[in-house]
Design a protein around this ligand. Sequence first.
Ligand code: ZN
Length: 136
Amino acid sequence: MIRLEHIGIAVKDLEDSNELFEKMLGRPHYKTEEVASEHVKTSFFKIGESKVELLEATAPESAIAKYVEKRGEGLHHIAFEVEDIYAEMERLRKEGFRLLNEEPKRGADNKLVCFVHPKSANGVLLELCQEIKPGQ
Ligand code: ZN
C-alpha cells in the first residue's frame, strides 16, 4: 500500500455537510461526483496528500443509506492507494482477509476499488483504490 488516499464520511445531506466541512477545513470542496452504480453522491476536499470524501446516499438500497440509518452519520471507511489492486487483493486474500467484492469495481474519482470486510479488519471498512490508467 502506498499511502492513505482518503477518509470516507457518511452524511445525510451533502450540501449541508459541504458547508460544515468547508468551515472546518478552511477550504472549499474541489469536486462532486455521483456514482450511479453505488447510489451515492460524493464530494472531495484535499488535505495535503490525502482527501476527505463525503458520501450521501441517493437511494434507500445504498450501503450509505443503510449505514446512516443504523449508526448515524460518521466515519465510514479508510482508503489506501495501491499500485496494483489485483495483486493487493490476492495478497490480502492469502493473508485471510475477507474481501467484499471479488473483482475491483469502478468507484468515484477515477479509481478501481475493492473493500475489505470490517469483520476481518478490526471493525474498519477498508478500501483499496488504484488510479485507472488510460486503456484500463
Ligand atoms: Zn472511498
